[in-house]
Design a protein around this ligand. Structure first.
Ligand SMILES: [Zn+2]
Length: 406
């Protein structure tokens, strides 16, 4: 994969073209977390602000025991740099990813290491699924007695309400109106935040990009397409996730159910021809078997099995993945046209088949009107972001975006 390129339109700009200082206050914390240990000079350069402004901002955080600054031990002569990082001995975060097939619960600290990850098959009913998640949350809280659980982040495969408390509708699980906070909040001191899984994966990818970029500003505008059992789309605009506005808050990015084939395959949402019936990792199985009814005792191949057959040279598996790439590209061109963001990251199980998907995907975009525009880019992200990584990112983001005031 190529190194990430920073396009001019990925830099954060206000209307006047200058990044605002207020915005940079929350970005400062994100940058320290993503790139720690980091020097004040590097922060100043990356955010394009004075070093004295950095010092002004980090001083109270050091005094409050949230950040620490220490001398970095480097080999060789010369001045040893002083670097900032989060103090994370006492705080932790829990993530719950409620997936259509499997769910995960795990924890992390502000240093970013994921621990205690537990993976289990998602039961069909919401009540049991949440009870199982709650048991694991209670276990982690008991195990970490003496430390503070700051936030629990929950990623769900569907629409959330404006307050990010409830799952309104998850088509692939057929769950409706589930009060996640009520079911999972261990006590009133712990905040629980619910987020759409594609948005959660987008937050995760945004942090990786902040970490990996050096020198030139901060990300970013990008679209994240999460393709697994279904397709979800997360939107990051000006380094913030976009969830929609007004009554539509929590709904933005539901492109998985845009119609891509008129009168096409019927979808769990009640419509026909939805994008996710043709370009999700799960749709590969029925494409592979030619959409015929299953024989007795026959099961559909898993996506990773199709990928491994393709890697072993099986033509049918290769054609299946190419077809998925074509449909994915058709939908992505529509998304790029709709939101006007030219950078796309693919996440979820589909990434495992990227080698076969990439070319037909690019060809489909080239055929569209987007193909006439310079600078669009589609790349594969990290599979982890679509699972526990995204849920944990939701938790930590919630903590940082509130200026650590709770
Ligand atoms: Zn649908």
């Amino acid at each position: 994969m190529n190194e990430p390129t920073v396009f001019q339109n990925d830099l954060i700009k206000t209307e006047a073209g200058t990044p605002s200082i207020a915005k940079k206050g929350s970005l400062l914390l994100r940058l320290i977390r993503a790139a720690q240990p980091i020097t004040r000079t590097e922060i100043a350069n990356r955010l394009e602000i004075d070093k004295s402004t950095v010092t002004e901002n980090v001083k109270p955080l050091i005094a409050a025991g949230i950040l620490r600054e220490e001398t970095l031990e480097v080999s060789g002569q010369g001045r040893k740099p002083r670097v900032l990082s989060f103090v994370d001995e006492n705080d932790y975060f829990i993530g719950v990813n409620l997936g259509v097939r499997t769910s995960q619960v795990g924890m992390t600290t502000l240093k970013g290491e994921i621990t205690d990850e537990d993976d289990y098959t998602t039961p069909p009913d919401a009540e049991t699924a949440l009870r199982m998640a709650r048991e694991r949350i209670d276990y982690l809280i008991k195990k970490n007695a003496g430390k503070i659980c700051r936030v629990i982040g929950v990623s769900v495969p569907g629409l959330t309400d404006a307050e990010r408390r409830k799952l309104i509708y998850a088509p692939n699980l057929d769950w409706r109106d589930v009060d996640i906070v009520k079911a999972l909040q261990p006590n009133e001191n712990v905040r629980v935040v619910v987020e759409n899984d594609a948005t959660a994966a987008a937050m995760y990818e945004a942090r990786l990009k902040i970490r990996d970029l050096s020198g030139a500003g901060l990300m970013t505008n990008f679209v994240l397409v999460r393709s697994g059992t279904g397709i979800g789309v997360g939107l990051v605009i000006g380094s913030e996730v976009y969830r929609g506005s007004g009554l539509g808050r929590g709904i933005a990015g539901e492109f998985g159910h845009m119609t891509i084939v008129a009168g096409g395959k019927s979808c769990v949402c009640g419509n026909r021809g939805c994008w996710e019936k043709y370009a999700s990792a799960a749709s590969a199985a029925s494409l592979y078997t030619g959409d015929r009814p299953l024989r007795p005792n026959e099961t559909l191949p898993r996506f990773v099995e199709i990928v491994s057959k393709a890697e072993n040279g099986e033509i049918r598996a290769q054609r299946t993945l190419e077809k998925i790439g074509d449909f994915l590209g058709i939908g992505i061109a529509n998304v790029i046209m709709g939101v006007g963001i030219s950078r796309v990251i693919i996440s979820g199980r589909l990434v495992y088949g990227w080698k076969f998907i990439e070319k037909p995907l690019h060809e489909a975009i080239e055929r569209s009107i987007i193909g006439k525009i310079e600078g669009w880019r589609v790349e594969a992200g990290e599979p982890q972001g679509a699972a526990i990584g995204g849920a944990l990112e939701v938790a930590v983001e919630e903590y940082l975006s509130h200026g650590l005031n709770f």
